[in-house]
Design a protein around this ligand. Structure first.
Ligand code: ARG
Length: 462
């Protein structure tokens, strides 16, 4: 039968249309294990406050344990008539313990403080899962960097050839971004380790319950909330989670875009593994980067989850409003999306084949060593403004004559500027250019090796 939480003042049950609108069991059922854990902690709080005797507590916890097993094996589930997961589990408990004992658990709590607590617990668990998957991806990127030491590629700005860089340097830039995302998840978790249980509907409880003990039992290291109104009404922890997951989506999307470009015939920098690419139903030659494209596409969805949630929160007066029921589906979707996407993405990265010859052939193209000419001149005492002009003139002559910079003759160099002695040739090659960028964070092989070691060390601490 249907359990209603507010029978007393209502002569009629909810209209069918209201029940359909109101129901959330189909998406909040995933909170059931957390709800039961919260109920166990709450039962102990009631016991400590003298509102359940020893025997009642033992039977209550046994009933909750049984309910938990029945939920786990699917023999107990919520229905639309239950409205939400909390009401469904109340029915389950009443069915198992009878109305006298089962009806005692609701004292001193509200679905408002319950849901705020369980939602934090759920997201904290998934922050850890997603954090672990991020580490896997970072390791795949570090592995890719490590497997290709000394490989040069064209570094780009505006997607134009800019300066040669090490492939490992480029790949580690993505690992750095993901490392900050993982750090954001950890810092979010620390901020979210505060329990709203005990806030009641909004004002706290008159029953002498101890929210701190409940918080400790539920794994909230920073205790319970300082303000019950804030505890039940705030959802910035959800918005921040949605931001971090959207940011992860965006960072994946930027890697994805490069993989897609790199895998084209024109670039031919990488080849995707058969197991992590798809074919075409009509074109037999095709090998498509679907994982990267899905990552790029799903980043839009993750951003949408964030913006939709912020729009829901924007006009809400304190404290709880039913609008807040709309807070769950977007971030549940963000968790599901990343938990499916990340393993596939990591597999794609880990199995990329790198075309070293192609990258190195293109590394010096597009006059990407022009900056090296200018900086070499500066080391000869030429002001940078002049040096920039002279190097630009070299490029102009090369373009007109169809030459590369290192194909200019000593005479041509001397004609452009007397400062351009044959010594300039020392920087007109990719290894020399790379080695010269040896300040911290630069692309010189020693610096990149140093960075690799730092990232490895950071990963080992996760
Ligand atoms: N299912 C609701 C939610 O997700 C919690 C119930 C609170 N409902 C209420 N009428 N106070 O926000």
């Amino acid at each position: 039968g249907q359990v209603r939480l507010w029978g007393g003042r209502f002569a009629d049950g909810p209209a069918e249309a209201l029940a359909r609108l109101s129901a959330s069991v189909h998406f909040d059922w995933r909170l059931a294990p957390y709800d039961i854990a919260g109920s166990r902690a709450h039962a102990r709080a009631l016991h400590r406050a003298g509102l359940l005797d020893e025997d009642e507590l033992v039977r209550m916890v046994a009933g909750l344990d049984r309910l938990e097993r029945d939920v786990a094996d699917g023999s107990f589930t919520g229905t639309e008539a239950d409205e939400d997961v909390h009401t469904a589990l109340e029915r389950g408990l009443l069915e198992r313990l009878g109305p006298d004992l089962g009806g005692r658990l609701r004292a001193g709590r509200s679905r408002n403080d319950q849901v705020a607590t369980l939602f934090r617990m759920y997201l904290r668990d998934h922050a850890r899962i997603i954090g672990g998957l991020l580490v896997d991806l970072q390791e795949a990127l570090v592995g890719l960097a490590e497997a290709h030491p000394g490989v040069a590629m064209p570094g780009r700005t505006h997607l134009q050839h800019a300066q040669p860089v090490l492939f490992a340097h480029h790949v580690l830039a993505h690992a750095q971004a993901l490392g900050r995302d993982a750090e954001r998840l950890r810092q979010w978790d620390e901020r979210t380790a505060v329990s709203p249980y005990g806030s009641g509907a909004l004002a706290g409880s008159s029953l002498g319950l101890d929210p701190t003990a409940v918080a400790a039992e539920l794994g909230f290291a920073r205790g319970s909330v300082a303000n019950s109104i804030d505890g039940t009404a705030s959802r910035d922890f959800v918005a921040e989670f949605a931001f971090v997951t959207a940011m992860i989506g965006v960072d994946l999307s930027r890697i994805a875009e490069e993989v897609i470009i790199w895998a084209t015939k024109e670039f031919s920098f990488v080849t995707l593994h058969d197991a992590y690419s798809t074919g075409s139903s009509i074109m037999p030659q095709k090998k498509n980067p679907d994982i990267a494209e899905l990552a790029r596409g799903k980043s839009g969805r993750l951003i949408g989850n964030l913006t939709g949630l912020l729009a829901t929160l924007k006009g809400l007066p304190l404290a709880y409003n039913r609008d807040l029921q709309e807070d769950k589906e977007p971030v549940f979707d963000s968790c599901d999306t990343l938990e499916v996407l990340l393993p596939a993405f990591t597999g794609m990265v880990a199995t990329l084949t790198v075309n070293r010859e192609r990258m190195e052939e293109l590394a010096p193209a597009g006059f990407s060593l022009a900056t090296d000419v200018a900086e070499w001149l500066v080391k000869q005492g030429v002001p940078f403004r002049v040096a920039h002009e002279v190097a630009g003139e070299c490029v102009r002559v090369c373009e007109a004559e169809g030459l590369e910079l290192d194909q200019l003759t000593d005479a041509q160099f001397a004609e452009i500027s007397p400062h351009l002695t044959p010594g300039v040739r020392s920087v007109l090659n990719v290894p020399g250019s790379l080695a010269s960028r040896n300040g911290r964070g630069g692309t010189a092989p020693d610096r990149v090796a140093e960075q690799l070691a730092e990232v490895r060390e950071d990963l080992a601490r996760q």
